[in-house]
Design a protein around this ligand. Structure first.
Ligand code: PEP
Length: 248
């Protein structure tokens, strides 16, 4: 039985003081839930948000990391720095990293391996652009991203990875994939995982959907048995919306 995960991606939308208020308000509003919850915040806020979340069931996530342990990498942050701050999850290969900052599949692969080695839980983002979908390339794109990212990940490590299917055209646009599009992509990812590993490993890996998830579309998107939660951008910034999604 996979435990659903709802992870908020705060992106670069607030400073630490507002983040602490938001984190506390979410913690106060969630009540009893079987859903795992995480908030992924910018690097300088990690320690502050970790403080605000102490004693709550909400886990802390980061939005990126570097694959090296240390060295002359100005502006970068290592896995050890994230774990020191109390981070559990790290988003890797988000489409904004890939498309705005030019991150390659190769970089994502290196980051993923380092995150696993450092006992962080990677949330690996994959997804096609609108052009790729229109050219019926969705499965090819997902396959390539999965192959590259997971090429050196052994079965025993693969189990803890979370994969987020995030169609690029649905992120921050208000356009959501239809439940059928989301389900088809998740089914494709699951069957790819069965082929690469086996049924047992594949059944343990959580697949999230991300792309303009809101309280009013969350339950229909998560109706698919293959979708185990959501990566939420815009709606994670509003307490009522994020809680509405958690209660899908
Ligand atoms: C995201 O940033 O991963 C995301 C899905 O954003 P939004 O929910 O705003 O589309």
């Amino acid at each position: 039985m996979r435990i659903p995960l709802i992870a908020g991606n705060w992106k670069m939308n607030m400073t630490c003081e507002s983040g602490k208020k938001l984190a506390k308000a979410i913690a106060e509003g969630i009540g009893d839930t079987d859903v795992e919850i995480a908030v992924c915040c910018p690097f300088p806020m990690l320690f502050g948000i970790a403080d605000a979340l102490r004693g709550t069931p909400i886990r802390l996530g980061a939005q990126n990391m570097h694959w090296e342990d240390s060295g002359a990498y100005t502006g970068e942050v290592s896995a050890a720095m994230l774990t020191e701050a109390g981070t559990t999850y790290v988003i890797l290969g988000h489409s904004e990293r890939r498309h705005v900052f030019g991150e390659s599949d190769e970089w994502v692969q290196k980051k993923l391996c380092k995150a696993i080695e450092s006992e962080l839980v990677p949330i690996l983002c994959i997804g096609e652009t609108l052009e790729e979908r229109e050219q019926e390339q969705t499965e090819n794109v997902l396959e390539k991203q999965l192959e590259m990212s997971l090429k050196s990940v052994a079965a025993n490590n693969a189990e803890r990875i979370v994969i987020a299917y995030e169609p690029v055209w649905a992120i921050g646009t208000g356009k959501t994939a239809t439940p059928q599009q989301a389900a088809e992509a998740a089914e494709f990812i699951r069957s790819w995982l069965v082929n690469k590993y086996d049924n047992e490993v594949s059944e343990k890996i959580r697949i999230l959907y991300g792309g303009s998830v809101k309280p009013d579309n969350a339950s229909e998107i998560m109706e698919s048995e293959e979708i185990d939660g959501a990566l939420v951008g815009g709606a994670s910034l509003k307490v009522e919306d994020f809680i509405g999604i958690i209660n899908f």
